[in-house]
Design a protein around this ligand. Structure first.
Ligand code: TYC
Length: 101
C-alpha cells in the first residue's frame, strides 16, 4: 500500500522584526518663551513640570533635545502637534523626528 507522506503545516519563517522607533527632537530658537515650551511639552508629551523644564533647558543650552521615542507615525504626529501649538501663537517652535539606529 502506498503511504502518503505529509509535511508539517507550519512554515519556517524569519523572526518578525520590531518596527523601528523614531525620536521626537525639540530644537532651540531665540523667540519662543521658555514657559510656553514647558507648557507644550507638558500637554503633548505628558511630562511633569520638572521633566519638561529639564528638556526645555537642555534644548536651550545644547541646541536640541530628544523628547521621546515612538513608532514613526506617532512620532510624526506628536512633532506636528507640538510645532503647530507654537505656530498657533506665532512662535517658531520646532519639533522634528529622526529614526533611531
Ligand atoms: N531659547 C528660548 C528663549 O530663550 C527658549 C527655548 C528653549 C525655545 C527651548 C525653544 O526648544 C526651545 N526664550
Amino acid at each position: 500500500m502506498t503511504e502518503l507522506v505529509t509535511r508539517p503545516a507550519t512554515k519556517v519563517r524569519p523572526a518578525a522584526e520590531w518596527p523601528r522607533l523614531h525620536k521626537v527632537i525639540l530644537l532651540n530658537d531665540d523667540y519662543t518663551p521658555r514657559g510656553f515650551v514647558v507648557t507644550v511639552l507638558r500637554a503633548e508629551f505628558h511630562m511633569s513640570e520638572d521633566q519638561a523644564h529639564r528638556v526645555m533647558i537642555t534644548a536651550h543650552t545644547r541646541g536640541a533635545c530628544v523628547v521621546a521615542v515612538y513608532t514613526r507615525d506617532v512620532a510624526e504626529a506628536k512633532a506636528t502637534r507640538g510645532t503647530d501649538a507654537g505656530r498657533s501663537k506665532g512662535y517658531p517652535l520646532l519639533f522634528t523626528t529622526e529614526p533611531e539606529e
